[in-house]
Design a protein. Structure first.
Length: 188
C-alpha cells in the first residue's frame, strides 16, 4: 500500500471519528504529496515521498519555533500537533549508537582523516540514514569524529578525553591549539 493510499485511509477514519485536528494535518500532508506528484508529472517513488515528509517535518518544526519565539504558544502547539501526526508516517529514527556506528563505518570506508573529508563522509552517511536522521543531527557527529584524535597518537590525548586529558568528549572539547608532544615548548 502506497503512502498516499495509507494517508487517504487514515483521513477517512479521522473524518468518521470526527478528529478535526488529525483530519486537517492529514489533508495538509496529502496536499504536499499530491503537489509534488503534479510537479514531477508522475507518481512519487518511496524515496521521493520520504523527502516530501522530511520537508514537511522541517517546516513544522521551524514554524513551531518561530511561533514560540513570537509569543504565540497556541499556534506553536498546533504545529506540534501536526508534527505528531506527520511523524506517524516517518520511519523509526536512529538512536545515537546506531548513528555513531554508521558514521564510524563511513569514515573507515572513505579513509577520511580530517575535516577536509567531511563532504565525502556526509555523502556516504546521508543515503544510509535517509528519513531516520536529519543532516543537522548527523553533521556534528561526523565533525567530532574527524576533528578529535582517536588515541594518544600525535597529540598526546587519551581516547575519550577532552583537551585537558580528562573528562568525556563533548562539543568543542577537542578544539583549541593542537601542539605535537615532540615540538611543545619547554616550560621553566
Amino acid at each position: 500500500m502506497s503512502l498516499i493510499a495509507r494517508l487517504e485511509a487514515e483521513l477517512t477514519a479521522a473524518m468518521k471519528e470526527r478528529q478535526a485536528a488529525r483530519r486537517d494535518a492529514l489533508r495538509l500532508i496529502l496536499a504536499s504529496l499530491r503537489n509534488a506528484e503534479k510537479e514531477l508529472q508522475r507518481p512519487l517513488s518511496d524515496d521521493e515521498e520520504l523527502q516530501v515528509l522530511q520537508r514537511e517535518r522541517k517546516r513544522r518544526v521551524e514554524a513551531a519555533d518561530a511561533f514560540r519565539a513570537g509569543g504565540r504558544p497556541e499556534q506553536a502547539a498546533s504545529e506540534e500537533a501536526e508534527l505528531a501526526v506527520l511523524e506517524q508516517f516517518m520511519p523509526e529514527p536512529l538512536d545515537e549508537d546506531e548513528l555513531e556506528q554508521i558514521v564510524d563505518d563511513a569514515i573507515a570506508e572513505t579513509g577520511a582523516t580530517s575535516l577536509r573529508d567531511l563532504g565525502r563522509v556526509m555523502a556516504d552517511v546521508m543515503p544510509q540514514v535517509a528519513g531516520r536522521a536529519d543532516g543537522s543531527a548527523v553533521s556534528p557527529h561526523v565533525r567530532e569524529k574527524l576533528a578529535c584524535p582517536a588515541d594518544l597518537g600525535l597529540y598526546g590525548r587519551a581516547k575519550g578525553t577532552g583537551r585537558s586529558g580528562h573528562g568525556p568528549i563533548g562539543p568543542g572539547s577537542c578544539l583549541g591549539p593542537k601542539v605535537p608532544l615532540s615540538s611543545s615548548p619547554a616550560r621553566p
